[in-house]
Ligand binder design. Structure first.
Ligand SMILES: *Cc1c(COP(=O)(O)O)cnc(C)c1O
Length: 395
């Protein structure tokens, strides 16, 4: 069995089967091609490969069969033409910007994005003549007002981190296209299981594979998905600048994709129960989870996503002291800023992921001192609840 037809098969079949090419050994699982380079049958074949006249591998900075299987599988799951795997989520964003933009171009970005992406836009890309304006994720007038003649790209994450605000992707896609811009969606929180940005009008989808795609905290990696022509430009950056994915990491992510659907369903189910329980606790001021009827974009999330995700944030009454005491009291939750793992994680955004912001910037972004974010894992929900309950009672 080799290439499976993405149109013919459902998403679960693609997640398990797409992209696999068996060797003559007949292995059932995918091979890890742990090789930096490839040999040619003769000098003429080498010349043809280098000239681009004959398809095939040359060097693993460019292509590697294990990496290609991961790319084809993820592209099939997202419903995109082509995927390029990268060494990390950040290098996926960097390669997209370097491949598709040039000096003088302008980006409009949601302000509620991964902190390192803000840093990349503000402090790295700006050195090379790429300017970025930041807007509130759900303020559509602000998005439109920020677009300039030189704007080429709108960038967002939805749901946002850590407050789980939801952006209307079709609405922003229409806005982007009306101004000849690309809509780039970092789909890390939903994965293709819960949200398919291409079907909502996005042009480019980005992943940090480090999160749910691996899902078990083992490897760092990323991916860019989009149409053939634009992805060729992104691939050009990879091929030349080299932030390529290693074959071993590709294999880990490939195996992660096979169980992604069942894991995401379980993450959503646990997160929903935890959010509903948290909302009932007197020590909790407010809970942010798109699956709650109290969430301002609950209805939009239900329309745009096929599940509400695994991230739950909440404000503990009593500010930073109370939030830290709750975090420190837990026995099960890992205190780490990572997310999307089978193991539940707990973090205090104001003093970790968002500590670089000034107090005013944090207040603007809604990141209060009492805010706690949980990435809900796959432990028994009763244990996750009991562990938090003990901490809340102790206060
Ligand atoms: C973690 C993360 C990134 C960066 O990915 P790395 O794999 O850590 O480089 C980008 N976007 C989002 C939404 C993330 O959570």
């Amino acid at each position: 069995m080799s290439k499976i037809d993405p149109v013919k098969y459902g998403r679960n079949t693609r997640a398990v089967r797409a992209g696999q090419v068996r060797s003559a050994e007949g292995e059932h699982s995918e091979l890890i091609f742990a090789t930096s380079s490839f040999v040619f049958e003769n000098a003429a074949q080498a010349a043809a490969r280098f000239k681009g006249d004959s398809p095939g591998n040359i060097y693993s900075r460019f292509t590697n069969p294990t990496v290609r299987t991961f790319e084809e599988r993820l592209a099939a799951m997202e419903g995109g033409e082509r995927c390029v795997a990268t060494a990390s989520g950040m290098s996926a964003i960097l390669s997209t910007c370097l491949g598709l933009l040039r000096s003088g171009d302008h980006i409009v970005s949601s302000q509620s994005i991964f902190g390192t992406t803000v840093n990349l836009f503000n402090n790295i890309l700006s050195k090379f003549g790429l300017q970025t304006s930041f807007v509130e994720l759900t303020d559509y007038e602000a998005w439109e007002a920020a677009i300039r003649p030189e704007t080429r790209l709108l960038f967002l994450e939805t749901p946002s981190n850590p407050l789980t605000a939801i952006a209307d992707i079709p609405r922003l896609a229409d806005l982007a296209h009306a101004h000849d811009c690309l809509l780039v969606v970092d789909n890390c929180f939903c994965t293709p299981i819960l949200q398919q940005p291409f079907s909502l009008g996005a042009d480019i989808v980005i992943h940090s594979a480090t999160k749910y795609l691996d899902g078990q905290g083992r490897c760092v990696g990323g991916a860019v998905i989009g149409d053939e022509k634009r992805l060729e430009d992104v691939f050009g950056i990879l091929r030349t600048a080299g932030p390529s994915m290693s074959p071993f990491n590709a294999w880990v992510f490939l195996k992660g994709l096979e169980t992604l659907n069942v894991r995401m369903q379980a993450h959503c189910s646990n997160a929903q129960k935890l959010a509903e329980w948290l909302e009932q606790q007197p020590g909790i001021e407010k809970v942010y989870y798109p699956g709650l009827a109290s969430h301002p974009q609950h209805e939009l999330a239900g329309r745009q996503q096929s599940g509400y995700g695994g991230i739950v944030s909440f404000i503990v009454k009593g500010g930073q002291g109370a939030a830290w005491r709750l975090i420190d009291s837990t026995a099960l939750y890992s205190i780490t800023a990572n997310l999307g793992d089978t193991k539940s994680t707990i973090t205090h955004p104001a003093t970790t992921t968002h500590h670089r912001l000034t107090k005013e910037q944090r207040a603007d972004a809604g990141i209060g001192e009492g805010l706690v974010r949980i990435s809900v894992g796959l432990e028994d929900i009763e244990d996750l609840v009991n562990d938090l309950e003990a901490g809340l009672l102790e206060r």
